[in-house]
Ligand binder design. Sequence first.
Ligand SMILES: [Zn+2]
Length: 122
Amino acid sequence: MDRPKLEVADVFRRYGEAYRQEHDASMSTAQRRVMTAIEVCRTAALGGHLERCDECGHERNCFNSCRDRHCPKCQSLARAQWIEDRQSELLEAPYFHAVFTVPEEIAAIACQNKGLVWGICG
Ligand SMILES: [Zn+2]
């Protein structure tokens, strides 16, 4: 997968500190922590490790990831896996996928009886 020209980390590294100063009072500690994690993800700040290909033995140095669940880089593999999993579920026939919201009163019941309710909908 090609690296995008501009990543969230690039924006945070360039404008993050100014943003934090301007919005100091309204930002939570968790939000600051996420911004910092994204800024330093896969940089020398987090150190590195050596990766080795199991097939050919090729080695390369890689910076460590932040592993924050909000980090777009760290979630890219999970996202790709999710898409692959969903694509494997696609039927080889024309059909459409419907998403809808049930009334709040039914949602609580549906949440407790997922298998039964999803079967009714499907
Ligand atoms: Zn990350």
